[in-house]
Write a new protein. Structure first.
Length: 381
């Protein structure tokens, strides 16, 4: 089936390619949000199961995904010329030793270039073969260490969407009439007999989870899990702009509370030394003051039981710790810095992660320092 990918716009097209990358290459793919991405919508490291079949075997190494969206495609020939220019510009930037990409991290072993334009399949003279030939020449010209690459053009993405309707149906612009009818039928059948059993157990925290809030979340989980076995993906608390609410998949019982994006921070690129990092104090504290509460829904799965435990991160704890920051707290971590905030003899309280490559500040809080407001336990049908 054909899809009008131009209706997505550049932002949703990037999100679509990220979702496809996670589905096809695996959950180890790291995706990046809005802002300067350094030529990457997503990255992956290590061994993948893609591509298969392939005479050289699946990819194993460091790879990047880059999306190229043409807002107004006008025809195969013109669109192919546009895409060839975009590919040439991208590879020239990766091959420039003075570019921020070359200086900021490793060069990729593999690359996926995704676009919404149609490339002709005519042998030799068609867009697909022309792009393939151009990439080979540019890799040699710029002496790039690329071992492999793939172009996800319109028809390739169309096939991926046919095979993965759960991704397609996430985007209103791509939903088909058949999707709508099937969804209505599933919902009608599920709502007739809501089979998911949801129980709420209050935690030691007080004053946040009222009876109405508990029931509203339980009802939302009941409806969702009567239709789906996968965890709820959106926020379970809506309509309160004074609360920062994040969802976290817990891989182990001891994993800390994680907020991957506490705030956008393009100014992190100016930080060269650990002493520079002390400058986050005013900006981060100001951001924390924007919220009355910082909340994390911690999701854990064991067999047919999924739990949603609501933790609150004390803003006072964060503010007091960050205000006491000094250069000795921060250490180099990858392409950024990590601040280890402790308190007396109580050990580590939280880490502040300054991710220069994606221009974001993240947070990891020791689990025992979170305020437990209660758990919703879902027993799947």
């Amino acid at each position: 089936m054909d899809y009008d990918l131009t209706r997505l716009g550049p932002r949703d097209f990037e999100h679509l390619t990220q979702a496809l990358a996670v589905k096809i290459l695996g959950t180890g793919v790291s995706v990046f949000g809005d802002g300067r991405d350094g030529g990457r919508e997503a990255t992956f490291r290590g061994r993948t199961s893609f591509p298969a079949p392939d005479p050289h075997g699946p990819w194993s190494g460091y790879g990047v995904l880059q999306a190229k969206f043409r807002t107004r495609p006008i025809g195969t020939s013109a669109d192919t010329k546009w895409f060839l220019k975009e590919v040439a510009r991208e590879l020239a930037t990766w091959g420039d030793p003075n570019s921020s990409r070359a200086k900021g991290g490793p060069l990729p072993d593999y690359m996926i270039l995704a676009t919404n334009v149609v490339l002709s399949s005519v042998a030799g003279s068609g867009g697909i073969d022309r792009v393939e030939k151009s990439i080979k020449e540019l890799v040699a010209k710029h002496r790039l260490p690329l071992k492999g690459w793939k172009v996800w053009h319109f028809d390739q993405i169309r096939t991926f969407l046919d095979l993965n309707p759960e991704i397609r149906q996430t985007y209103d612009a791509l939903i088909t009439p058949a999707d709508v009818l099937a969804d209505l039928r599933r919902r009608a059948e599920a709502l007739e007999t809501l089979k998911a059993n949801v129980r709420f157990s209050p935690g030691p925290g007080r004053g946040l989870v009222t009876g109405n809030l508990s029931r509203r979340i339980a009802n939302r989980l009941c409806v969702h899990h009567s239709l789906h076995s996968t965890p709820f993906g959106a926020s379970l608390i809506d309509g309160n702009s004074d609360w920062l609410v994040k969802m976290q998949r817990a891989r182990s019982a001891t994993m800390p509370l994680v907020i991957s994006k506490l705030m956008e921070a393009p100014w992190l690129r100016d930080f060269i030394t650990a002493d520079d990092c002390v400058g986050v104090e005013g900006r981060v504290v100001s951001k924390i003051f924007d919220f009355q509460r910082i909340l994390v829904f911690r999701i854990a799965e064991v067999s047919t039981v999924i739990t949603y435990r609501l933790y609150e991160i004390s803003t006072d704890l964060l503010i007091d710790g960050i205000r006491a920051a000094n250069g000795g707290i921060f250490k180099k971590a990858g392409y950024g810095f990590c601040g280890d905030f402790s308190h007396g003899n109580s050990g580590r309280l939280f880490d502040l992660r300054l991710e220069k490559s994606v221009e974001k500040i993240g947070l990891q809080l020791a689990l025992e320092c979170g305020i437990d407001h209660g758990t919703w336990t879902v027993e799947l049908p």
